[in-house]
Design a protein around this ligand. Structure first.
Ligand SMILES: Nc1ncnc2c1ncn2[C@@H]1O[C@H](COP(=O)(O)OP(=O)(O)OP(=O)(O)O)[C@@H](O)[C@H]1O
Ligand SMILES: Nc1ncnc2c1ncn2[C@@H]1O[C@H](COP(=O)(O)OP(=O)(O)OP(=O)(O)O)[C@@H](O)[C@H]1O
Ligand SMILES: [Mg+2]
Ligand SMILES: [Mg+2]
Lengths: 247, 247
C-alpha cells in the first residue's frame, strides 16, 4: 500500500485486505514498515511487548522467521513494526544497496506465503522505497477528497523511476478509492475524475466511509472480523474477490 | 503544525488559522515545508508556476524575500513548497547543522511578520525537525479516531528531545482535536481521553468534521473565505480568538 498523502486508508486497506485474503484460505503475511506501527496494533499486537521487529530484520535478515508473529486468525501472520523503525529512514541513506534491505528480508520467506502485503508510511522516503523495491505490484489507496489528486502525479513519477531503475517487475495492481461518502459532491467529482483518467487501473470496488472501519482498530481486529455485515467489511470482501480474480 | 500521523488536519489547520489571523489584522506568513505542497495549493497557488520555493531558500536563505508569494488577501503571504522539496529530506541528512536550515531562513524575516505558521509533512524526518527547530511553539492536530492516540507518545518524546537539544524555547501551544463527529462514540472517547490526560494543553475549541472544510481547498481558499457561516469556518475563527487570547 503506497501513497505519500497521509490518512488515505493505507493501513485500513492493508489490514482488511490481509484479513479478507486469509479468510479465502490464502497464506498471508502483513509487513508493517511504518514506524507508526498502526497495522501492527490494528491486528491487536502491542509493539511495546515485542523484543524485535522488522527494524532488526532490515539489518539481520536471518532473524525474520523468529520476528514474525502468528495472529489468532488462521493463515494470517504479521512482521511487526515499532517506532524505532523511524531511525532506519535516516540510517539506510548511508548504507550499501540501501533500497534492497527489505527485498533481502522477504526473499528468505519466499515460499512460506501466497500473499505478502506491505503497509508503507505516508512518505516517499527510504522505507517506502524499500517497500516498492521488494514488491511485485502496488495498490494506491486514494481518498475521495481534493488533495488526493494533487499527490498522484508525483507518486506515479516515483513509481516509474523505481520501475526503470531498481525493480523492473513493479506494476500498479490498482488504484483504490476509499472513504467514499455518497452525500458529498466532492467525492463524486474525485471518483469521476479518477475513473476517467485511469479507467483500466482503478478497482471497481469503492470503499465507503464506514464507522465500523474506524472502530475496528480499537478492538485490534479487522473490520471483517469485527462486524462482517457492515458496509465497510462487505466492501473489503468485494475487494478481496476482485483481487483474486485479477491475480 | 506537527503530527507524524497522516491526514489529521495539519494542512487544514495551517491554512485556516493563517486566514483567521490575517482577518484579525495580524501579518501572517504561512510556510509550507511539506513536499506535497497542500498548504500552497490550499491557498490557490499552483506550484507548477513557481520558479523557486522554500526548497531553494533552505540552501540559499538570501532568496527568501523573492520567493515569498503575497496572496490576494491582506496580511497573508506564503513561502510555498514544491514536490522537489522531497529531495531535501535525504540531502539535509549529510549537511552541516542540518536541523538549522529553516531557522536561518526565518531569521532573515524576523520583523516582517507577527505570526509564522509552518505546515509539516506527516513524518518526524529532517523537514519536520527543521520546522520544530525554527519554531517557538507547536500545535498538534489530532483526529478524533483510534490511531490518533497511538502516535502521540512518540511525538511527545521527539518534542522533548528537540527541546533538550536543538531548541530549548520550544513549547506546546496546544493539542487541537479535529474532524470531530458527534454521532460517533469513538470520537467522544478520544476527546474524553485527551481532555483527561492533557487538561492544560488541549484547546477548548474542537474542530468538527465539516464538508466545507474539505471543499474549500478545491477553490484555493480557506474555509473562512469560502463559506464563513459553516461550522468549520466558525470553529477556526474560535480557534483564532483562543490563540490570540493565549498569546
Ligand atoms: N473506509 C473508512 N471509513 C471510515 N474511516 C476510515 C476508513 N478507512 C480508514 N478510516 C479511518 O481513517 C483514518 C485514516 O486511515 P488509515 O490510518 O488507514 O490511513 P493511512 O493512509 O494508513 O494513514 P497514514 O498516512 O498515517 O499511514 C483512521 O483513523 C482509520 O481508522
Ligand atoms: N474539519 C474537517 N472536516 C472535514 N474534512 C476535513 C477537516 N479537516 C481536514 N479535512 C480533510 O481531510 C483530509 C485530510 O486533512 P489534511 O490534508 O489537512 O491533513 P494533514 O494532516 O495535513 O495530511 P498529511 O498528513 O497528508 O499532511 C483533507 O482532504 C482535508 O480537506
Ligand atoms: Mg497508515
Ligand atoms: Mg498536510
Amino acid at each position: 500500500m503506497c501513497n505519500q498523502k497521509g490518512g488515505v486508508g493505507k493501513t485500513a486497506t492493508a489490514v482488511n485486505l490481509s484479513a479478507g485474503l486469509s479468510l479465502a484460505e490464502k497464506k498471508v503475511l502483513l509487513v508493517d514498515i511504518d514506524p507508526q506501527a498502526n497495522a501492527t496494533s490494528g491486528l491487536g499486537i502491542d509493539y511495546r511487548c515485542l523484543k524485535m521487529s522488522v527494524y532488526d530484520c532490515l539489518y539481520e535478515p536471518s532473524l525474520t522467521k523468529q520476528v514474525i508473529v502468528k495472529t489468532k486468525w488462521p493463515h494470517l501472520s504479521v512482521l511487526p513494526s515499532t517506532p524505532d523503525l523511524a531511525g532506519a529512514e535516516i540510517e539506510l541513506v548511508e548504507k550499501e544497496s540501501r533500497e534492497m534491505h527489505l527485498r533481502k528480508v522477504l526473499t528468505i520467506l519466499h515460499d512460506d506465503y501466497e500473499f505478502i502485503i506491505i503497509d508503507c508510511p505516508p512518505s516517499l522516503g527510504m522505507l517506502t522505497v524499500n517497500g516498492l523495491v521488494a514488491s511485485n505490484s502496488v495498490i494506491i489507496p486514494i481518498q475521495c477528497e481534493y488533495y488526493a489528486l494533487e499527490g498522484l502525479e508525483k507518486l506515479l513519477k516515483t513509481l516509474k523511476a523505481i520501475k526503470n531503475g531498481l525493480n523492473e517487475n513493479l506494476i500498479i495492481e490498482g488504484i483504490l478509492l476509499t472513504m467514499f461518502d455518497a452525500r458529498l459532491n466532492l467525492a463524486k467529482d474525485v471518483v469521476d475524475d479518477i475513473q476517467k483518467h485511469f479507467p483500466n487501473v482503478v478497482f471497481r470496488t469503492i470503499i465507503p466511509r464506514s464507522v465500523r472501519v474506524a472502530e475496528a482498530p480499537s478492538y485490534g481486529e479487522s473490520v471483517i472480523h469485527y462486524q462482517i455485515s457492515s458496509t465497510g467489511a462487505q466492501a473489503y470482501l468485494n475487494l478481496t474477490r476482485e483481487l483474486l480474480n485479477h491475480a
